[in-house]
Design a binder for this molecule. Structure first.
Ligand code: ZN
Length: 434
């Protein structure tokens, strides 16, 4: 067999088939795609052969909800409830500092952290998506980038028409990029009115494109929706025609049984962000019930200003533990499910499951290697269990996207790490002394 790349490893967890763990196997990659998974002893003629006997290979992690550039606000305001955190700290700071340069430097810091933690694809919601796209393009990972709309003027746009015009221009400019896709991202039910949502729906239908939106983040949001519109936010969105299989609903705490059934019936994907929800004391999404009803639940970190990291390993562990603690059922969200949420379910939510999310022939070679030889993950009875319950993101040693190496032996290959860190320090001085 001839190929571009052959990666042999102690274990491969392909995610599909469900719960499969292949011992002493190799992944064969040609022209950026996975060609085969074979026993490591198979004779292969590859241009590059990588041997990782102490490692487990798995699909690159998919962060289903973040605001990458906000890493520059990491730790700026903590230990506050959502409304106060947003209105008194984040929105004023965004008003003063967010511009194209901020988004470029903040996204570079985020992308550096993500590649170092094994995340190869992220779903972003932020202003200046063209700047975000340029960083993603250079770094070599994958992203779906939001065309943000919010009924508040910002440096990105002054009004609804401005947001739509600039968003659509971004979408058009990056339409043919192999690793970047645009997606509508109305901020939240409380910050986007009916007229705006109707306009977004018309464009989304025309472009056959999904929506990415914060929904039911807190009980306060639901109460406010009842007072202002006479209905709960999800019911209002349903009346506006946007609750469907193209919707990525972020957070989704405080759901009724009828709302969970609606999500299942319509094929809505949920981006569960357990650490951000816990930190803001926003509420807890009933993921055990949602999964039982067949809803696709993916995992997101949310922005580093409310998490405060972009660590999908941490998110997997928290999702598994939180589901057990809140349901009183130790079998809720087992390790295998947590890993599926962080990979294949994320790919499904983003409409990319035909390309990524599992290591099967025909999909893109988005692969990460995790070294299980450190004490923290020894001995290895079950590598799947070690990944979710014991491994840290710092054990990710190698990352490939479309067969291209982005990190080898923890050395960054596409990013200038020192320059990114220096710029982050410069922003810190500017923001802190303002
Ligand atoms: Zn968010």
């Amino acid at each position: 067999m001839n190929a571009d790349l052959c990666i042999r490893a102690g274990w491969i967890i392909p995610v599909e088939p469900h719960r499969a763990v292949l011992k002493d196997h190799a992944i064969i990659v040609d022209e950026g795609q996975i060609v085969a998974l074979v026993p490591a002893s198979t004779e292969i003629h590859a241009q590059t052969v990588v041997d990782l006997p102490h490692h487990v290979l798995l699909p690159g992690l998919v962060n289903a909800h973040t605001h990458a550039a906000m890493t520059l606000f990491r730790g700026l305001a903590d230990d506050l409830p959502l409304a106060e955190w947003l209105a008194q700290h984040i929105w004023p700071a965004e008003g003063r500092f967010v511009d194209g340069a901020f988004v470029t430097d903040g996204t570079a810091l985020a992308v550096l952290e993500m590649i170092r933690s094994g995340t190869t694809c992220f779903n972003d919601m932020y202003f200046f998506p063209g700047e975000t796209a340029a960083v993603v393009d250079k770094a070599g990972l994958r992203a779906t980038l939001g065309m943000v709309v919010i009924d508040v003027p910002t440096a990105w746009a002054a009004d609804t028409q401005g947001y739509l015009r600039r968003g659509l221009a971004f979408c058009d400019a990056w339409r043919h990029h192999p690793r970047i896709r645009a997606l509508f991202a109305p901020h939240a039910p409380y910050s986007v009115g009916d007229e705006t949502l109707r306009a977004i729906r018309v464009h989304a239908d025309e472009l056959d494109m999904g929506l990415h939106m914060h929904i039911h983040e807190t009980a306060g949001e639901i109460q406010q929706g009842l007072e202002r519109y006479g209905m709960r936010p999800l019911a209002r969105l349903d009346a506006l025609g946007v609750v469907n299989s193209e919707l990525i609903a972020v957070h989704m705490t405080a759901l009724t049984d009828a709302e969970m059934a609606l999500c299942a019936e319509r094929g809505v994907s949920i981006a569960h962000c357990p650490e951000s929800n816990l930190k803001i004391a926003a509420g807890i999404s009933p993921v055990t019930s949602l999964i039982r009803q067949g809803v696709n639940v993916a995992l997101g970190t949310d922005g580093a200003a409310s998490n405060n990291d972009l660590d999908m390993f941490g998110e997997m562990r928290t999702a598994a533990l939180l589901a057990k603690g809140t349901s009183g059922d130790a079998t809720a969200v087992p390790a295998v499910t947590a890993l599926e949420m962080a990979t294949l379910n994320g790919a499904r939510a983003l409409g990319l499951a035909d390309q990524i999310g599992s290591l099967v022939p025909g999909k893109a070679a988005d692969i990460i290697a995790v070294d299980l030889s450190p004490a923290a993950t020894q001995p290895v009875y079950d590598p799947l269990s070690q990944l979710v319950y014991a491994a840290s993101r710092d054990q990710v040693t190698d990352v490939w996207v479309g067969g291209r190496p982005l990190m080898r032996h923890r050395q960054m290959l596409t990013l200038d790490e020192q320059s990114i860190l220096a710029k982050a320090k410069t922003w810190r001085t500017k923001i802190r002394t303002a």
